[in-house]
Write a protein that binds this ligand. Sequence first.
Ligand code: NAG
Ligand code: NAG
Ligand code: NAG
Ligand code: NAG
Ligand code: NAG
Ligand code: NAG
Ligand code: NAG
Ligand code: NAG
Ligand code: NAG
Ligand code: NAG
Ligand code: NAG
Length: 776
Amino acid sequence: MAQIEAMRAVCFLLAICAVSVLPCSSACPKYCNCSDFGNEYTVYCRGENITAIPRDIPKNTSRLDVCFTPITMLRKGDFVDMPKLKQLNVWWNLNLTMVELGTFDNLPTITSLGLFNNSFTKLPTGLFDSLKNLKTFDAHNSKLETIQHGLFTDHPTLQEIRLPLNNITGLEDAAFGGLPHLTSLYLSSNSLTSLNPSVFEGSPKLKSLDVDDNAITAISKDTFAGTNFELLYLNRNAINTVDVDSFSNLKSLQYVSLDQNNIKDLQDVFKDLPQLQSVSLFDNKLTSIEGVFQNLPKLGTLSLNGNQITKISSTTFDSVPAMTSLSLSNNAIAEVESGAFRNLDSLDSLYIDNNQIPEISLAGLHSLTTLTMNVNNLQRFPTDLEDANQLTYLTLTSNPIKEPLDEQLSVLHRLSSLYLSGITSLKLAGTLNPKALCGLDALEAVWIKGNELVSIPPTTFECTPSISGIWLSNNNLTELSPRLFHGLTELNWLDLTDNQLSHLDPDTFVGLDKLRSLSLIGNNFTNMAHVAPALAHLPILLYQTLDNNPFVYLGRDSFPMPMKHVNSFSVSKTHIRVIEEGTFSADTFPNLTRLELEQDDSLHFLPGNMLDGLDNLTSMLAYGDPFHCDCQLKAFVTWLREQVNPPYVSATCASPPSLKGKDLTDVPLASLTCDCQQVEVPSIDTSGSDNFTREGQTAMLNCKVSGCPEAEFFWTTPTGAMLAVESGFPRMEVLDSGTLVVTDAREEDTGVYTCTAVNYRGKASKEVSLHVGNKQ
Ligand SMILES: *[C@@H]1O[C@H](CO)[C@@H](O)[C@H](O)[C@H]1NC(C)=O
Ligand SMILES: *[C@@H]1O[C@H](CO)[C@@H](O)[C@H](O)[C@H]1NC(C)=O
Ligand SMILES: *[C@@H]1O[C@H](CO)[C@@H](O)[C@H](O)[C@H]1NC(C)=O
Ligand SMILES: *[C@@H]1O[C@H](CO)[C@@H](O)[C@H](O)[C@H]1NC(C)=O
Ligand SMILES: *[C@@H]1O[C@H](CO)[C@@H](O)[C@H](O)[C@H]1NC(C)=O
Ligand SMILES: *[C@@H]1O[C@H](CO)[C@@H](O)[C@H](O)[C@H]1NC(C)=O
Ligand SMILES: *[C@@H]1O[C@H](CO)[C@@H](O)[C@H](O)[C@H]1NC(C)=O
Ligand SMILES: *[C@@H]1O[C@H](CO)[C@@H](O)[C@H](O)[C@H]1NC(C)=O
Ligand SMILES: *[C@@H]1O[C@H](CO)[C@@H](O)[C@H](O)[C@H]1NC(C)=O
Ligand SMILES: *[C@@H]1O[C@H](CO)[C@@H](O)[C@H](O)[C@H]1NC(C)=O
Ligand SMILES: *[C@@H]1O[C@H](CO)[C@@H](O)[C@H](O)[C@H]1NC(C)=O
């Protein structure tokens, strides 16, 4: 009975299938996408619901992809009746661990087979036997461990085999042998420790081998015997020996890269290779390359960065006349013999940064356009520069060159970028020869950073009127001639970061209509009025230009000319203590949208109407300022609350303890109070100040400030410098008590000093005269 029931059920099922399968066979299989690309019918089956290869794939399919499925095995009979199939990819099926022999038996039309990103450790011998037209096979990123003799061996049509990112440790004899059409073999990122010469036997067209990222330890003279490789990629292995004659039979060899191995010696390895164009050997352990590169008529690119080479002799590059690019940076080269480059007439680029070269002659380098020699031991500028007069890019940064820079560079009429930072002779001179840049008619950008320059002659850039970038950061410039940049109508970038400028003539940047980026960050400006007029006319974004200067005060007088182009203004990382009413107004900053006063260490309060009238302002950032949230901020917070469209303000209270960390905009107005018996304008007492001292002596000028709430105060010197506690000004220090101490007094210190104190109720100031007399 049970048997009959079962048979009935089977019959019933068969009937359903017959009805349902027929119409399906011409449509797209379930869970698949089908599309016609011209005459190519493509079926794409993807996803967890595909538990077996669909049976109803249209007959005319020419490309089939099966991916992201839980299929565990490919079986004989999975792929049938696809007489037009050319390309089959079964990929990213992480549970697919087995392929049965015969799986591809009925697919003679396939030319491209991809079995990548699956999980099989081995493919059966004979798997490809019936694929009589197979040209490319790809099984990258699977878990293959070995390639046995017979899997690929003696296949009549294979051209390209891709097996990167597997775990292949062994290649059996002739694994890739007997492949008359094989041209490219990719085996990178596997676990090979050696290359057995018989592996490639009988594959005469094999041109390209990629075994990067394996663990191969040696190349012997047999490794490539009988092959005709053109391209060899052997990077990032563990190669420590390359035998003499390893490459000598490879008369078609064009490209070899052996980067990041442990090679110490290559004597006679690269010899008489008529087609060799490029050799890369960076990050190895070579100490000498004498005699290594011999008679290589086409060698164009040689990279030897990151070895331990100590010397370039006059014969090292004797017989490599076609060289165009030579990289020797990060070695230990302490000697370059004179004439070392005399036969490198085609050399375009020479990179020899980070060596210990004391002197270098450029004789013979008639085509050189790029020379980088940063961080060497140069004692003098490169010689025979007239031979290298095609140079466009020259970097000599960080060299202890003692030779003064006069007009040596003047023959470099094509030079466009020049790096002269950290040069000893410039440090010793403290200035530039006014003619140093003359003759450099094509100069576009010059870097003269970190040279302790105290001054720059006003005519320095007269010879380079079309220069577009000047980098002068990290020097000791205290003054700039107002003529220095005149006429530089093409100047785009000007970097004066980290100098000691305290005053700029208002005409300093006149005519620099193309200036887009200017930095005066990290200078010694204490008084905004000493720098703002120079910036007022610049049509540039003054964003962050003035950060990190020791300003102490901003007021109406700080911007004597309207900053009419300024959208975004930042004076962050300063010591501003006082911002007076009216500093920022529609007159001084008609176009201001963003104001930054961040990380100021002294800004405790803001005037009530500080932002009034700045209708275009969208944000004021004062993050990191130590605001005292007391009665002094009440007017500002009130103003902010009253605005219909207030700007975004980021500011937090630093005190009192009860409000610490609170956003200014969230503080209840009622908590903004001061503990004063009587709120009053500050008053100043300067009594007891010295009115006379002698040169070299010390004078004390007192400023005792009283009033509640506590006022902020600063001193203004006769030269207009504005100083407060911790201003870091030479010879003049402001004490917490208010006293200004002038040490080592000089005659020019004579004059009127003003102490100014400000709280939210008002301002007081008092003058004190000091006379510095001659030494007795
Ligand atoms: C291939 O077969 C499908 C389904 O039978 C059909 O829709 C499509 O037009 C055919 N395409 C070609 C190029 O023959
Ligand atoms: C078929 O294509 C559609 C639209 O491109 C996509 O949303 C769907 O996931 C695809 N289905 C399969 C099985 O790839
Ligand atoms: C797979 O089948 C389940 C159940 O029939 C269905 O909910 C799910 O949407 C299907 N997934 C895809 C990718 O078609
Ligand atoms: C693969 O198989 C494991 C169990 O062997 C199963 O837990 C997992 O869901 C399967 N993954 C896929 C994608 O089907
Ligand atoms: C292969 O699978 C891994 C996950 O195992 C994935 O990260 C990777 O992107 C896949 N690569 C390709 C080419 O499909
Ligand atoms: C590589 O194969 C070895 C055995 O030959 C095995 O121990 C190791 O786990 C495999 N590594 C990976 C990443 O599959
Ligand atoms: C330049 O300034 C640095 C640091 O500000 C200082 O150490 C150096 O002595 C100065 N050099 C000269 C020549 O003034
Ligand atoms: C003011 O800012 C706008 C918008 O950024 C700009 O287009 C305009 O040129 C600026 N006005 C002046 C005078 O710079
Ligand atoms: C706001 O900017 C516009 C155009 O940038 C300008 O015309 C207007 O005068 C500015 N208004 C104020 C109050 O600054
Ligand atoms: C300087 O101060 C002394 C007293 O400390 C006073 O006698 C003298 O008149 C003052 N000189 C001037 C020029 O004010
Ligand atoms: C500039 O400021 C630095 C640091 O505060 C100081 O050492 C130096 O003496 C100042 N130089 C001048 C010229 O003011």
